[in-house]
Design a protein around this ligand. Structure first.
Ligand code: NAD
Length: 507
């Protein structure tokens, strides 16, 4: 291989032989025990690197660094903290290509989409300081001669644990509201996809004072150590419902009351009425699946598509044709629209669902297999489209978190609504019709945290993002989230008799 060919290899360029270290107290470190975990390329199955496997001692060191840094960070004020955000943003821009490539290599998301994931972060890096600058408290005109007002204080150290599917975007954006409010951080990315967060550790280390952001890597055990740490009282979690439930249990077992925001899974309904513009709805269904962003491995994906019987067949035909246009391939290939799913275990899980759909009587209209001509060790799945799905089937009711779409046919409005609301999940939903009265009636009846009408999947910074039922606890991306990182207290002052004071002072 010539030097030029070697330089063009994204693995050599972006992973190479670099050491991926954790960030604790401003230093880049291995775990105390020296334990590591191997990580693999989902596009080829090839070994990429080792990442540190933190243990309880590492979490304790990270906590102590965060606790030591917190008072000065709080004292810096919003403007001082915003300056660090601006420095961080500049470094992210300078490292955009490297970070996007690392996510493609390590997570399997198409590199085109990962560039967009990084560009999206600007909104958050600029939006959170603006929100924090405009925060106000309250004064209560309770009774004459008394003054009551609210004051806010950060919790101190926040424990933040994230999911595997948008590694760098989560590592950049999710800590921001806790940081801008004066908290410091112990953060753990998913052990499936830690490389971009460890690369980002260098940028956090440059832009923020030592100890403000601490990054530890590892899996469930490290997460549990953060969750049960006696002094980490504010937890923030993005991941599955199962882990979210476990976190609530383990936090309670720690013997401390912990404040936790939980952003969990979804099995999101897209409801299509017969009057809809079919092309628009088909495009919305595809866009809403996030196929060409993360292979449908997205909490908000509209994986349940409830289409009125009158247009069902035509909808399915057009969906299948549109899906044929997506090119499945190696994630760091510029031509790829849909990359591999994150791991062999997840590949087995998703393909297991596809087999169960067939076994339970759904019609596999297209996809579901492994495309030809791609690296043998890659975890590729042709986007699968099922029709004739019902809530009795596992593919109809369980979150698959992969490139699998299920179409339900409906003709009775109330039955359709019962199905749409018939799960313990309620993250997002969308309603597609040209009739505004029907659209708003249906939006009101849907038990979900975020409902789009004739649109899907887009987040608008400033609007509260989160779900109902088992899909979430708390809301992100809004004033609600900012306040959730602050403890509130009321200060009461008895002002007394001002006339008596005046005569005493002035005679
Ligand atoms: P996961 O629950 O398996 O893991 C999430 C994180 O929790 C990882 O960092 C993992 O190491 C850690 N973890 C695992 N067990 C733990 C434990 N016992 N204690 C503490 N931490 C633990 O989820 P995942 O597979 O990484 O992500 C997929 C899930 O995340 C899906 O259900 C998806 O819907 C959800 N998700 C939700 C949102 C949202 O905003 N609502 C966004 C992205 C992903």
């Amino acid at each position: 291989m010539t030097a030029t060919e070697a330089a063009a290899d994204p693995i050599v360029d972006h992973v190479g032989s670099q050491d991926f270290k954790m960030l604790i107290g401003g230093s880049f470190v291995d775990s105390v025990t020296g334990a590591t975990r191997e990580v693999f390329d989902p596009s080829t199955g090839g070994r990429l690197a080792d990442i540190p496997l933190a243990g309880a001692d590492d979490v304790q060191q990270a906590y102590e660094a965060a606790a030591a840094a917190q008072p000065a960070w709080e004292a810096l004020g919003v403007k001082g903290r915003a300056d660090c955000f601006a420095a961080f943003q500049t470094l992210i821009h300078e490292n955009r290509e490297h970070l996007a490539m690392l996510d493609a290599i390590d997570c399997g998301n198409p590199v085109k989409a990962m560039r967009v994931d990084i560009d999206i972060c600007d909104t958050y890096l600029e939006g959170w300081p603006a929100f924090a600058q405009s925060m106000t408290g309250e004064v209560f005109p309770a009774s004459p001669g008394n003054l009551h007002y609210t004051a806010h204080r950060p919790y101190g150290v926040v424990g933040r644990i994230t999911a595997f599917n948008h590694p760098v975007m989560f590592a950049i954006t999710r800590p921001l509201p806790s940081l801008i409010t004066g908290n410091t951080l112990v953060m753990k990315p998913s052990d499936e996809t830690s490389l971009s967060t460890l690369a980002l550790a260098r940028l956090f280390g440059e832009a923020f004072p030592p100890g403000v952001v601490n990054i530890v890597t590892g899996g469930a055990e490290v997460g549990d150590t953060i969750v049960t740490h006696p002094n980490i009282k504010r937890l923030a979690f993005t991941g599955s419902v199962g882990t979210g439930l476990l976190i609530q249990k383990r936090a309670a077992e720690s013997g401390y009351i912990k404040h936790a925001s939980l952003e969990l899974g979804g099995k999101n309904a897209m409801i299509v009425f017969p009057d809809v513009d079919l092309d628009l709805a088909v495009e919305g269904a595809i866009y809403g699946m996030n196929l060409d962003v993360c292979q449908g491995q997205s909490c908000g994906s509209n994986s349940r598509i409830l289409v009125h019987a009158k247009i069902h067949d035509e909808f399915v035909t057009r969906m299948a044709a549109r899906l044929d246009e997506f090119r499945v391939g190696v994630a760091y290939d510029e031509a790829t629209d849909v990359g591999p799913v994150v791991s062999r275990a997840h590949f087995d899980r998703v393909t297991g669902y596809i087999e169960s759909g067939i076994a339970e009587g759904a019609t596999l209209v297209r996809g579901g297999g492994r495309p030809d001509g791609l690296p043998a060790g890659g975890h590729f799945i042709e986007p699968a489209l099922f029709a004739d799905v019902s809530l009795n089937m596992r593919i109809g009711r369980e979150e698959i978190f992969g490139p699998v779409m299920s179409v339900f046919a409906w003709d009775d409005y109330d039955t359709m609504l019962r199905d749409a609301n018939g799960l313990d999940l309620g993250l997002t939903a969308s309603v597609w019709t040209n009739d505004l009265a029907i659209a708003h009636k249906t939006a009101a009846a849907l038990d979900a945290g975020y409902v789009w009408i004739n649109d899907s999947t887009r987040h608008y910074f400033g609007t509260p993002f989160g779900g109902s039922k088992n899909s979430a606890l708390g809301r992100e991306e809004s004033q609600d989230e900012l306040l959730s990182y602050l403890e509130q207290k009321v200060v009461h002052t008895r002002l007394g008799d001002a006339r008596a004071s005046l005569s005493r002072l002035l005679g």
